[in-house]
Design a protein around this ligand. Sequence first.
Ligand SMILES: Nc1ncnc2c1ncn2[C@@H]1O[C@H](COP(=O)(O)OP(=O)(O)OP(=O)(O)O)[C@@H](O)[C@H]1O
Ligand SMILES: [Mg+2]
Length: 257
Amino acid sequence: MAARLAMKDVNLRFGGITVLHDVGFDVDPGEIFGLVGPNGAGKTSLFNCISGHYKPGSGSITIDGQEVRGQSPAKMARHGLARTFQHPALQLASSVLDNVLLGAYSRLPGSPVEWALRLPRTAKADRAARDEALTLLERMGLGWAADVEADELSHGLHKSIELCRALMIHPTLLLLDEPAAGLSHGEVEQLIATVKRLRDEDGMTVVVVEHNMSLIAEITDRVLVLDHGRSLMTGTAAQAQSDPRVIEAYLGVPDAA
Ligand SMILES: Nc1ncnc2c1ncn2[C@@H]1O[C@H](COP(=O)(O)OP(=O)(O)OP(=O)(O)O)[C@@H](O)[C@H]1O
Ligand SMILES: [Mg+2]
């Protein structure tokens, strides 16, 4: 089941700096929605507000109509939200499999004490999660890397491992922060196919922050353009690319056309 995301009049301040000014947008269930804008526009901060890493001072954020503003990241995972980070945050000294498994723990049964004692129901859940993680790694073409230490792998593979970890949450809403940054052309093509499959076959709603406009044009239904923490416009990627306000925001000069 894909989730509906709605944000209304969200404001985020750090001391005297307002990072997001009255930002609002809606994402329909099953939509692939792009969030674009120049460096420092507030894209990652906006993701942090949705995922519970930042607490906006005002406004509303709902998932399937339920108010979630200010909830913790762990609670947001229980609302079906998963995300990746602009800079992959992996346990580099652990195996790929153990990194991917971390995504499952937010939804597995049992208290920390039960896990520490490895009681039967946690041991069974752990075995099932390991099987699922291995199947997922196979599906993403990474089965060969399950036992490899994350540290030994490339940046592109770190991005894929992080995506697998997010998918172990069984998300209905997936936030991807610059998933194509630093990837080779071939890796970007693979990423495009994967994101489309997650929407078409797994029924997820996806919000993607990206500077790669050809990826945005290829996969998104609509985009929101942010600039200096303000919403500039919402529309298709093609509309955004030809909008004089957007061109000015990127180039820093008024559109000469
Ligand atoms: N924890 C924080 N404390 C203070 N300022 C912050 C914090 N997080 C973000 N900011 C500020 O908010 C603004 C937006 O940053 P953000 O990282 O959200 O931009 P972005 O659109 O993701 O940029 P990029 O494309 O470079 O990743 C920046 O001016 C940044 O310095
Ligand atoms: Mg960012």
